[in-house]
Design a binder for this molecule. Structure first.
Ligand code: MN
Length: 198
């Protein structure tokens, strides 16, 4: 039985970049629905005893288990996404080692942000944009629908939800403004750095 994990900050902590209204809908309604669906789908099956990541790996590319895969993937992705953000008012300078790694692999922080934004904009329909480490190289990647990026054999450092439900209330159809706001004000670089050295 999975439960809705609490947000790591108050629902209004990301404002004005992401409103409390969006967070309450996104966490309290959308994610709650994925959690409820997952619990219903795995009730009475072997999946009940498994951790989320194991469920995702075991249902990946299995046509008859696609609903479990989609809901489990969305629960995993959202939990990772909340941790990828930090309160808008918090002190948040990028750790020195992460800055050096980004400069080595992208040329500059600005170039990394440009690549991340272009990729997040290019995801047609629903999906996710990620900053990852592939071996010891940093990369940006995208996945469709509820697919967690760890299935590609890379380690996620940061996730951005680009489903319309994550930005439509605050930005309507302007996905690019939402991506800029998260890149400039909300990404938790300490969390990224922590994931990079694990
Ligand atoms: Mn979402």
């Amino acid at each position: 039985m999975f439960t809705l994990k609490s947000l790591p900050y108050a629902a209004d902590a990301l404002a004005p970049h992401i409103s409390a209204r969006t967070m309450n809908l996104h966490h309290g309604k959308h994610l709650q629905t994925y959690v409820d669906n997952l619990n219903k789908l795995i009730e009475g099956t072997d999946f009940e005893k498994m951790e989320l990541e194991e469920i995702i790996r075991k249902t990946h590319n299995k046509e008859d288990l696609v609903s479990i895969f989609n809901n489990a993937g969305q629960v995993y992705n959202h939990n990772f996404f909340w941790d990828s953000l930090r309160p808008a008012q918090a002190e948040n300078s990028m750790p020195v080692e992460l800055t050096a790694q980004i400069e080595r692999d992208f040329g500059s922080i600005e170039k990394m942000a440009e690549q991340f934004k272009a990729l997040a904009l290019s995801q047609f329909g629903s999906g996710w944009a990620w900053l990852v480490t592939d071996g010891d190289r940093l990369k940006v990647m995208k996945t469709a629908n509820g697919e967690p990026v760890f299935l590609r054999g890379v380690k996620p450092l940061l996730a951005l939800d680009v489903w319309e439900h994550s930005y439509y209330v605050d930005y309507e159809n302007r996905r690019g403004e939402y991506i800029d706001a998260v890149l400039n004000h909300l990404f938790n670089w300490d969390f990224a750095a922590h994931n990079a050295i694990l």
